[in-house]
Write a new protein. Structure first.
Ligand code: TGC
Ligand code: FAD
Length: 390
């Protein structure tokens, strides 16, 4: 039998170093995520578990791993993608922790921060001793962050922030929040808001049916006074947060395939042992057709991800290409997870198997980091030259 991701021998396109790193992350997921994930999902991941996971991910060099300096591992983009794939094979929530820390919070500081800000925050964040979050979305402005109502006004040398951010991964756990706000001059700037700053609270969002092994929060800013040194000096437009999104979306292009692969492996294994009409479910043509189509989409997605990774490493990856990858791979991963669920019948709805957990998670992944519709419109703009957004 051939494993679903080896049908096309795509692994031959990886270097030995990339394969080694991928295998190390897979071991971490086997040891630290798989044994506990059903409980984390059922109970909701605790804040102390987030801290433990962050420390372990830091030890493995996974946080900000594709960044250089300041304690970051400085791997290539493909290695970062492969790590995301293995983490998300465990759970999308675990991959989210690493994405938000490395590609959003750390990348924002690394790319747009002052030298002092980088020295202050990045080494601790790379080690997982300090956790960051990224506050762009607001209750009324998700797909259209340009409409944000969070305001930063100058008061002498200080800045004063007011507003609310919504759906912020790790908001209640974070030691520092990167908050994007519109300023008096109508420009969008990023601010580093340390936890515990007066006027800043981060209540946890409950009753989630997806991404349950991840902490999601609101950020409330009421007259939050920050020194001049809190602003990220190197960007003053939406290009700032949108550049960070490119990084995280790239990780998701690989990550979603990990969730899909885990579902497919579970479905193949289940179909071999489950007897229906006195024969293994795997021996029926309809089942094999489902498995073949899913394996095909998985391989195509992997080739796409790898191609985008090589473009990123060559420094030529464009945002609309990331959109192609995120749109296709998340959409197909969700379709695969749902199809695998059918193969498991009633067992497929339990946490004894990973498939519905992955499918539920992928509903969030389909929405965050740009919904499928947003990515269709980004691609549409590249094809036609016409923006559907304005
Ligand atoms: P637009 O007028 O086109 O551009 C404004 C400025 O931004 C620049 N830009 C980009 N820069 C880098 N990368 C990109 N992908 C960029 N897209 C645009 C652009 O050049 C311009 O720069 P400048 O210097 O001239 O000012 O922007 P728009 O307002 O029309 O919006 C375009 C749109 C809709 C595509 C954008 O707003 C968008 O991507 N919306 C989706 C929002 C989103 O994805 N939010 C995600 C929040 S974070 C999150 O979900 C974390 S989930 C947790 C996890 O990852 O696990
Ligand atoms: P809306 O923008 O209201 O969209 C609703 C529907 O309208 C969608 O189907 C959308 O595609 C569609 N739509 C929007 N515009 C158009 C259009 N022009 N044409 C056609 N259809 C359109 N955000 C952060 O900033 N930081 C985080 O850490 C973070 N973590 C998250 C974690 C989770 C678990 C979730 C679920 C979300 C998270 N988000 C985070 C927020 C996420 O980025 C937003 O939910 C996402 O950008 C969509 O925004 P929205 O939910 O407001 O949907």
């Amino acid at each position: 039998m051939t494993s679903p991701l080896e049908l096309l021998s795509v692994d031959h396109l990886l270097s030995e170093e990339e394969r080694d790193l991928r295998d190390a992350v897979a071991h971490f997921v086997d040891d630290r995520v798989r044994p506990s994930i059903a409980d984390w999902y059922e109970d909701g991941l605790s804040e102390s578990a987030v801290r433990e996971l962050a420390l372990e991910a830091g030890k493995l060099g996974l946080l900000g791993m594709h960044l250089t300096g300041y304690g970051c591992a400085g791997t290539n983009a493909v290695s970062y993608g492969l790590a995301c794939m293995e983490l998300e094979a465990g759970d999308s929530g675990v991959r989210s922790l690493v994405s938000v820390q490395g590609s959003l919070a750390m990348f924002a500081i690394w790319k747009f921060g002052s030298e002092e800000q980088k020295q202050h925050w990045l080494p601790g964040m790379a080690a997982g001793e300090l956790i960051g979050c990224f506050g762009l979305t607001e209750p009324d402005f998700g797909s259209n962050p340009a409409g944000m109502r969070t305001r930063a006004r100058r008061d002498g040398d200080d800045w004063v922030l007011d507003g609310t951010k919504m759906w912020i991964t790790n908001g209640s756990v974070a030691d520092v929040a990167v908050v994007w706000a519109r300023c008096d001059d109508d420009k969008v700037r990023g601010f580093l808001v340390p936890a515990g700053t007066p006027g800043f609270t981060a209540p946890k969002i409950g009753k989630k049916l997806s991404l349950r092994a991840s902490v999601t929060s609101e950020l409330v800013l009421e007259g939050v006074r920050l020194p001049a040194s809190a602003v990220l000096p190197e960007v003053s437009s939406l290009r700032g947060p949108l550049s960070c999104l490119n990084e995280a979306r790239f990780g998701i292009v690989f990550g979603a395939l990990g969730a899909a692969r885990d579902c497919l492996a579970a479905a193949i294994s289940y179909a071999q042992t489950r007897e229906v009409f006195d024969r293994p479910l795997a021996s029926f043509q309809l089942t094999q057709a489902k498995l073949a189509d899913m394996a095909l989409e998985l391989q195509k997605g992997y080739l796409l991800a790898l191609h985008l990774g090589r473009l990123k490493d060559a420094g030529t990856l464009r945002p609309e290409q990331v959109s192609l990858g995120k749109l296709n791979n998340v959409r197909e991963a969700l379709a695969i997870a749902r199809e695998c669920r059918t193969i498991l019948g009633a067992n497929g709805i339990t946490l004894e198997y990973p498939v519905l957990r992955h499918a539920n998670n992928l509903e969030s992944v389909l929405t965050y980091e740009g919904t499928s519709e947003v990515h269709q419109l980004v691609i549409g703009q590249a094809l036609t030259g016409q923006s559907a957004f304005s």
